[in-house]
Design a protein around this ligand. Structure first.
Ligand code: NAD
Length: 268
């Protein structure tokens, strides 16, 4: 039995996306049995067939993660196994939906995903949730209070009062993801498991390119980025896979900025 098989299965959401696909590649190279989730069934099937060719076990779960039935389907796919790693990248950017849909996919579906996997997390495992630098920009006592008032509810519609525009809804949803990590660390720790988020800056993925085309502000953010360039999806995947490894065994309940230094630069 391979070492990673002893720790269970690795789940990647948004598996065919700009960050998800390199995460899958890295986990496959480590020999993890995989469950791959994405709304795009065709791309999932193709990815799974390539992985099976190298002899790895892979299950796919196609569909909308925001659907209420998704967690039950995921639990069925996990079966008797434990979860050794979760890398949750599926999400919508401001140009991809209205405020309600952005909150439903980025926040509500994440609450349900974490609820579903928590009891199945193996000792030593980690859940990595992809947030955003937009979550840091939305960090204020008022917004945190509004998010915290939701408690553990998976219905973030009360936040629509403060998140009436897609850009705000996106930032609030990602601040919400960072708050999920902070409040879940204790329960994960009781299982010997960890949970952390990653907040990317500008990343050259299909989503990053769509935002660049739609929002002139992205050019200003690029100009402010100390590293002076977009990141690539694998620069997020490498940190996510590190977090899921024993090398990160004392990292939990925190957010890691992988943003070329831009958040630090914005604070002056
Ligand atoms: N690209 C950036 O510049 C950037 C910056 C900050 C944060 N992020 C965050 O990083 C994460 C990954 O983004 P990316 O750049 O890889 O985007 P991407 O669009 O390349 O990939 C996202 C993947 O998620 C899937 N997906 C979307 N909605 C889904 C749903 N409802 N159910 C199931 N699957 C769904 C898509 O099919 C896609 O494969 C997102 O959560 C995003 O908000 C991206």
């Amino acid at each position: 039995m391979r070492e990673n098989e002893k720790r269970g299965v690795a789940i990647v959401t948004g598996a065919t996306g700009g960050m998800g696909a390199p995460a899958v590649k890295r986990l496959a190279a480590q020999g993890w049995p995989l469950i791959l989730c994405d709304i795009d069934e065709t791309r999932l099937e193709l990815m799974a067939s390539l992985i099976r060719e190298v002899g790895l076990q892979v299950d796919i779960l196609a569909g909308d993660m925001a659907e209420r039935g998704f967690p039950d389907r995921l639990i069925a796919a996990i079966g008797e196994r434990q979860v050794g790693a979760l890398i949750h990248t599926a999400g919508l950017s401001p140009t991809m939906g209205d405020p309600a849909r952005i909150l439903a996919v980025n926040y509500d579906a994440t609450v349900r995903l974490v609820d579903a996997v928590r009891p199945r997390m193996a000792a030593g495992s980690c859940a990595v949730l992809v947030a955003s630098m937009a979550g840091h920009q939305m960090h204020s006592p008022e917004i945190d209070a509004a998010i915290d008032a939701l408690g553990t509810s998976d219905d973030s519609s009360p936040l629509l009062n403060i998140a009436m525009m897609p850009e705000i809804a996106y930032g609030v949803s990602k601040r919400g993801v960072q708050r999920i990590v902070e409040r879940e660390a204790k329960a994960f720790g009781e299982r010997g498991a960890r949970i952390a988020s990653i907040s990317p800056g500008l990343i050259d993925t299909p989503m990053g390119r769509a935002e660049k085309a739609a929002q002139p502000l992205m050019e200003n953010i690029l100009q402010m980025t100390p590293l002076g360039r977009y990141g690539v999806g694998d620069e997020i995947a490498s940190v996510a896979v590190f977090l899921c490894s024993p090398d990160a065994s004392y990292v939990s309940g925190c957010d890691i900025k992988v943003d070329g230094g831009v958040m630090a630069a914005m604070r002056g």
